[in-house]
Design a protein around this ligand. Sequence first.
Ligand code: 2IT
Length: 449
Amino acid sequence: MNAYVASVIENVKKKYGHEPEFVQTVEEVLSSIAPMVDKHPEYEKADLLNRMVEPERMFTFRVVWTDDNGQAHTNTGYRCQFNGAIGPYKGGLRFQPNVTPSIMKFLGFEQTFKNSLTGLPMGGAKGGSDFDPAGKSDAEIMRFCQSFMTALYRYIGPDIDVPAGDMGVGGREIGYLYGQYRRLKGVWENGVLTGKGFTYGGSLIRPEATGYGAIYYLQEVLKHEGDSIEGKRIAISGYGNVGWGIMKKAAELGAKVTYFAGPDGYIHDPDGVVGEKLDYILEMRAKDPMHCKPYADKYGVEFVPNAKCWGVKDVDIYMPAATQNDVRMESAEKIAASGVKYYIEVANMPTTNDALEFLRSQKHMIVAPSKAVNAGGVAVSGLEMSQNSERLVWTAEEVDEKLKGIMKVIHQMSVDAAEEYGLGYDLVSGANLAGFKKVATAMMEQGLF
Ligand code: 2IT
């Protein structure tokens, strides 16, 4: 490997060894882009890579809120403004008890290249809190969001940094966050957040965009292989916003999700999650997001407790859409042995590095990386920003057409970048190379900082 790339990876391991998820993504991305660094000796002179692995700015803040009994609680809030070379910082907020600086940095780093791939002017960021939304009342959620925004509002803005949702942050939370921003600033700057409700500037299709985009990307992969989505059976993990969008779009296009896994086990529904079952998923999730077994009880299908559906043979496509490091070596071996051809990552970094390398080395498999596959979500966030700044509203059809076009271009850019480096149809390297190139060029042109 390129000596400069190797030295930067070593540096990050030494300095940030206590941040395993961050080290993991740095290793994955930098080893992919090493061939480009070979061709650009000027990168080392400008120390481009050490600059790129250091967030431009990252801060924590105290978030105090009171529960419904009047008891005060204290959480840590984060915002990691990783890279602003190609646009205002942009990325989601995650509210989950396991949020750490490492998780914030890995997500911010990934977001930088993902946003670059969308072709829209957005830098990379991530934020959130170790707050646990599970079991909180609506009033508690509101007070938490108000307190969170009170600490954050000075550091964001439509041309500065534009947060959105991620795990634990959906339309309801964005609404409370936006209300507090408007109240504190006394301005109508709805471009400060995306994923808003439609009545105050949200974009149509945004809630479904990540899942829809993943299916549009999958269609491009299938087209490349002379195949089509019609009749395909898909196994996914996760049935949150993203998983749900996959189920819905797959059903619309004549495919079906026949396996889905949740925290308590997995469901096998040979007829697929289609029709009114899609509504039931929403209902079930709203009642209790930690259990998918009620689906099996209601529809009389198989439920396998405390297991993941990685390795099942009667599917055509795997799409991990739950969370990071969901697929480890043990699952990857089962996936490879199943003979299934397509492994399409959806959640951010759903595969450990060794498992990903192993799957990529399987001659019978095609592996697609999450930073390309799930970029439709943030792409539609970019479209929401455009609509807000233009003070106009696009129809669902207009947004959906643009989303389709963006996913097609992301796939093609990845194909072209991999080919340029003689790598063949390598979607993982291609996405890293294409995403990296734009950010690198912008940083080189903007001088040292
Ligand atoms: O991981 C992601 O791309 C997101 N959570 C969405 C970010 C956004 O700004 O829409």
